[in-house]
Ligand binder design. Structure first.
Ligand code: ZN
Length: 92
């Protein structure tokens, strides 16, 4: 017990991977971390964070909200998120 929480793990909201909190990027889908009441932060692992930065951020925020991030169970959210992002990016 040296006052370190470095072993704490968080789950990436985009891919579901568990990563060390210190390696994750805090992500607040509402973009306002100071009025969060009792909501918790979401986290992105580095690869997903990088992907997000390469994507259109506007679309990402809408997609996360549309996919019910934080308001639905994880599996449902991930499925919705994947469907929504697949629609948006139209990768080919
Ligand atoms: Zn991830």
């Amino acid at each position: 017990m040296l006052g370190s929480n470095s072993n704490q793990q968080v789950t990436c909201i985009a891919c579901g991977e568990k990563v060390a909190r210190e390696d994750a990027r805090e992500y607040d889908k509402h973009g306002d971390r100071w009025s969060r009441e009792d909501k918790t932060f979401e986290y992105l692992c580095k690869p997903c964070h990088r992907d997000c930065c390469h994507q259109n951020r506007d679309g990402l925020e809408e997609t996360l909200v549309a996919a019910d991030a934080g308001r639905t169970d994880h599996k449902t959210f991930l499925r919705q998120y994947c469907e929504l992002t697949a629609d948006n990016t139209g990768l080919n």
